[in-house]
Design a protein around this ligand. Structure first.
Ligand SMILES: [Zn+2]
Length: 221
């Protein structure tokens, strides 16, 4: 009997800890209280893909980044943008800024481009397998299931931005901006919120699970 008396309080404490971790107030979300860096790809003299006439990839990326920022902030997240306008940044500029924040993860927003205007699909990129691959896969999973485009997989890609960011980082090439239908929808402004919702859902999925995340020493501040 004495043993049982000792064990029960421990179970009770453990249960309350688990319970409190997953308690969500109405309107809250798993991104609430989290800190996220959003990197809009390209900018300034680097337009990215120019295969959608009238909409450069750099501008579309920034539009998506600003919409995603608003959505995350509405749900209680803190968001850091590597750029907020049509500015040219080097990869070093991007990761140096990102690592100066207390951002936990970094999502780099891109749209793919091809001279083949029929080509479409969603592609996730990661740099360091241990740091980035699971994060890239979780985000990619939502884009695949929700955007109704071919699954081009999750691939290793040594980008300076994701490589040098202290925490989990991924480039998501959500769709092909060069694809005729995507270009028309992006020019009309009807596709952006769908892409943003999927990116948001992916981030929400990531933070819905307690993860053993690889964090380099620079972030422990
Ligand atoms: Zn790009």
């Amino acid at each position: 009997m004495k043993k049982i008396m000792f064990i029960l309080p421990i179970i009770a404490i453990g249960a309350s800890l688990v319970f409190s971790t997953y308690t969500i107030a109405a309107g809250d979300d798993f991104v609430t209280g989290r800190k996220i860096v959003i990197d809009a790809g390209h900018g300034g003299r680097d337009p990215g893909s120019t295969q959608c006439l009238g909409l450069e990839e750099a501008d579309a990326n920034l539009d998506l980044a600003l919409r995603l920022k608003d959505k995350l902030e509405e749900n209680g997240a803190t968001v850091y943008l590597t750029r907020e306008d049509d500015t040219y940044l080097t990869n070093s500029d991007r990761y140096t800024y990102a690592n100066s924040t207390d951002g936990e993860v970094l999502i780099s927003i891109h749209l793919n481009g091809s001279l083949d205007h029929d080509k479409n699909g969603t592609l996730g990129l990661y740099s360091k397998p241990r740091k980035d691959e699971e994060f890239a896969s979780v985000l990619h999973g939502r884009l695949v299931s929700e955007l109704d485009v071919p699954d081009l997989g999750v691939t290793n890609f040594m980008s300076g931005v994701t490589l040098r960011f202290n925490g989990p980082a991924s480039i998501q090439e959500s769709v092909y901006i060069s694809n005729t239908q995507e270009c028309v929808a992006l020019l009309a402004g009807t596709r952006q919120d769908e892409i943003v919702q999927s990116l948001y859902n992916g981030l929400n999925d990531w933070f819905s699970v307690d993860r053993e995340v690889f964090i380099s020493p620079g972030q422990l501040k």
